[in-house]
Design a protein around this ligand. Sequence first.
Ligand code: FES
Length: 140
Amino acid sequence: MERRNFIKTSCKICLLGAFGATAETLSGCGAAYPVFKTAVLDKKISVPLSLFATNSTQFIRPKGWYYDIAVQKVELGLTALLLMCTHQDNQLVINGNKGYSCSLHGSTFNTEGKVLKGPAERALKRYNTAVEGDQLIIFV
Ligand code: FES
């Protein structure tokens, strides 16, 4: 990239930051999927069930956490998986409809969090969930 183009691009990114744009809105700088941002209160995360009306998978970003949680509707209810590779704690990315993959050493996990390909040997961390009224509660 030419120096002039580099400076132009860098300035645009700085301006976006100055006007309140978050990293998620910049391609290549954040998650490549929409996330629901929320806080953790008393070791619980509340997520409106209405989020699942149009999409069976939602990605939750607890405030202050480095990793997202993937919540999916399954036959027996909802599962909540921490998107942290169990090999060396790298953040996972979505692998189409197949599950999640790690860009560091190539581990892959299915949508239930089970290891499909190593070097990871352990399944993804799964959180207990419950439905209370119109909210899904994730116990962290
Ligand atoms: S950290 Fe994910 S495969 Fe190594």
